[in-house]
Design a binder for this molecule. Sequence first.
Ligand code: UD1
Length: 427
Amino acid sequence: MDIFEIHGGNPLEGEVAVRGAKNSALPILIAALLVEEGESVVRNVPNLKDVYTCLHVLEHLGVEVDFDAGTSTARLDASRLGSCEAPYELVQQMRASFMVMGPLLGRLGKARISLPGGCAIGPRPVDLHRRAFQAMGTQVVDEGGYIVAVADPLRGANIFFDRPSHTGTENVIMGAVLAEGTTNIVNAACDPEVVDLARALNAAGARISGAGSSEVAVEGVTALKPLDHTVMPDRLEAGTFLIAGAITGGRVTVTGARPGDMGLVIAKLKEMGVDIAVKADTMTASLSGRPQTGSVVTYPYPGFPTDLQAAIMALASLADGTSVIHETVFEDRFLHVAELVRLGAEINTAGDEATVIGVERLSGASVMASDIRAGAGLVLACLAAEGESVVNRVYHIDRGHERLEERLRLLGADIIREGLDTVRESS
Ligand code: UD1
């Protein structure tokens, strides 16, 4: 288990290029399952632990996978699927693996997928996915921790989501692509990654309309051509680097991004006194003095992303006054609060609301990452804190950020990665 050792206080300066979006790459790699003949090519795939887990799941199902991390290109041939099972060992590492259900039902008419189990940010059920596939004519039974689904065949239906589920929308879109008839998803997730998936599939012959709105229609087709797609830039990573520039009182330019996907993030940062300059695909964030307070409500897209809640909380913890952060997407997404408090932040939580009383300075301490985004938020706080900090359980951060410490170092951060064993030996 690696750790980050951070000596905080350096203002970050310079340019950093955003990688491909993890949350777009995963469903698009999984969508290759739908292609019966030929090799799909997916470019701009980030070199992340979650991507490798996804590729392992696909290999387990019989997909031939070739991922060149140097060129960020994955080649996938799903012509000889040998299994319809996604086992517990893989799904528990990454719950997004559950998205193989749609393509397997569309392609083979059956799937046996491990239930993902609990998660650090809440129970995260899959009932919306399950009910949607049942509405599409699938028999679903639970068997020893697995969901066993059989469709004979998968048929288009009207799906009404109680709430917009990001991967739920993607799972159903992928199933519906090869289903008989038309599927209408009402209250669909509107995230840009859903649009990216639809673009990848439509270019291969699918008929998806309305992606990016809350009503998506998918007219089933009999076969797809191989995918050939370049994954969109990661808006969460872009937001993380912008906040890194602001929280350290520096000036960071993020390149290769899509500012149009980040309206509310940019607006919130401006509200908190961060100077943001947007030009085509670059954004520059700078801040002199303390941030101002902000009130943040996380909400499904185009609302403020829950995945940047920890990062903006880190910024708010240094604000000149009191900010309120309301988490409405996940039930239990404040595990980073106790860690920020270890760094000297003053934060009180009550239910889904955190009151952040800004302090003048944070000071270094040992903290622990509990998920990808909480981990990134803690790294930001440690970059701003005076003195030495250690971030434990860096493997969470590696799931979603490619070599985060190396890229922060290029911006002037004093951050190194240590293997815990190395540290133990030398202490
Ligand atoms: C995706 C993202 C994750 C992000 C989240 C919310 C990927 C791989 N992951 O996760 O980074 O934090 O969207 O933007 O894209 N829910 C149910 N039943 C279901 C499904 C979801 O109750 O069947 C609930 C969840 O518990 C949560 C809310 O709906 O409270 C939204 O979850 P959802 O949008 O499904 O998140 P994911 O798709 O898992």
